[in-house]
Design a protein around this ligand. Structure first.
Ligand code: ATP
Ligand code: LTN
Length: 331
């Protein structure tokens, strides 16, 4: 790899990819892939922090790889791999867990939310999830981590852990910066515009693989307000503001341009227009994903090569860490 700065990011194959994860994360990855050395991971080990159906997890992991490529990520430019294929993630995670405070993990809002949702299954894995995420990032000495707004707290914790380790053992890890997009960092649910669009809420959520008629139906039904003006005001008009964000992220227009375009036209015109913009955005992604999924040998070659290249980099960091903490070299 060259002297370009490095990027690491990942998504859990715990559900189908959504318009939120596309606009908050993947779209940004595509834009950054020429300027940075990038690693894009399918974080299957994170996915088992909540119970998964094994066959579904396996299928979704492969589908997610196909979708990464269909969204425009080039496997020749980027290292694309499956987390469980690179054992160094789990190994570094153990070490970092010994430099993370219980109190720090207790403050993670995602842990609080998810443990409330899965109250009958609050595992140690769910609690230590951000440590594994820190290991993902620090193994590759990533400079930046492009994610949606909800992951900022985890990247900040990762910086704290890295800074603490560096303080004790001398310079070991690069401190990563979160890269949060200016627009699209927090796409809201179409059913409840005050909560985040999430794959666990199928009604408020658009999936990358949704058919055009389903996308149109979801946008036509999107919750808005009882006014008529298409105006960006997230506090007073969360539904319309969210649709404006989606429309502008899909078309590349500015909020002002979109407000002018729909001035005096009402929601009956605006909502289907947003739906159509999303249908056109997702159509090539869906078609290319379907094509790629028929070529299992190609997908396998991508994730195998990705894991080899990732292991090479990961091993360098892990050896350094093992030496610093005082483990005997394997010789
Ligand atoms: P879950 O609901 O199970 O927590 P999720 O739908 O939030 O999952 P993740 O796999 O946690 O999806 O997120 C993948 C990436 O996409 C992360 O970088 C996350 O910040 C981003 N992301 C997810 N949902 C949104 C959203 N609604 N708006 C913007 N970015 C999002
Ligand atoms: N926690 C992230 C997924 C994730 C990740 C990472 C993102 C796991 N490891 C490393 C960036 C960098 C989420 O989307 N829920």
């Amino acid at each position: 790899m060259s002297e370009k700065k490095r990027i690491f990011s990942g998504i859990q194959p715990s559900g189908d990819l959504t318009l939120g994860s596309y606009m908050g994360a993947i779209k940004n990855w595509v834009a950054l892939q020429d300027e940075y050395d990038c690693l894009f991971c399918i974080v299957d080990m994170h996915a088992i922090t909540v119970r998964q159906v094994p066959a579904d997890l396996r299928r979704r992991s492969l589908e997610q790889l196909a979708q990464y490529i269909a969204c425009g990520l080039d496997p020749k430019k980027n290292i694309m791999f499956i987390q469980s294929h690179v054992p160094q993630h789990a190994e570094l995670s153990w070490v970092l867990g010994c430099y993370t405070q219980f109190g720090e993990l207790s403050r993670m809002t995602q842990f609080k939310d998810k443990s409330a949702k899965h109250a009958d299954n609050i595992t140690a894995g769910l609690f230590t999830y951000p440590v594994l995420m820190a290991a993902d990032i620090l193994l590759y000495q990533a400079d930046a981590v492009p994610v949606g707004e909800d992951q900022k707290q985890h990247v900040e914790l990762c910086r704290d852990i890295a800074g603490r380790f560096n303080y004790v053992y001398g310079d070991t890890f690069t401190l990563p910066e979160p890269f949060i997009p200016k627009m699209g960092a927090r796409i809201m649910s179409l059913g409840d515009p005050t909560s985040k669009m999430s794959k666990s809420d199928p009604d408020g959520c658009v999936f990358l693989m949704d058919k055009p008629e389903d996308i149109m139906r979801k946008f036509k039904r999107a919750v808005t307000d009882c006014e008529t003006a298409v105006r960006y005001d997230p506090a007073a008009k969360p539904g319309i503001s969210n649709l404006l964000t989606v429309y502008c992220t899909a078309t590349g227009k500015t909020i002002e341009e979109a407000e002018q375009e729909f001035a005096g036209q009402g929601y009956g015109v605006f909502k289907p227009a947003v739906g159509e913009a999303v249908v056109e955005l997702l159509r090539p992604i869906r078609e290319e994903t379907e094509r790629l999924l028929k070529d299992k040998a190609y997908l396998e070659s991508v994730y195998k090569e990705g894991a080899e290249r990732a292991q090479y980099l990961a091993n360098k960091t892990l050896r350094k860490v093992y030496k610093k903490v005082g483990f005997v070299a394997r010789g």
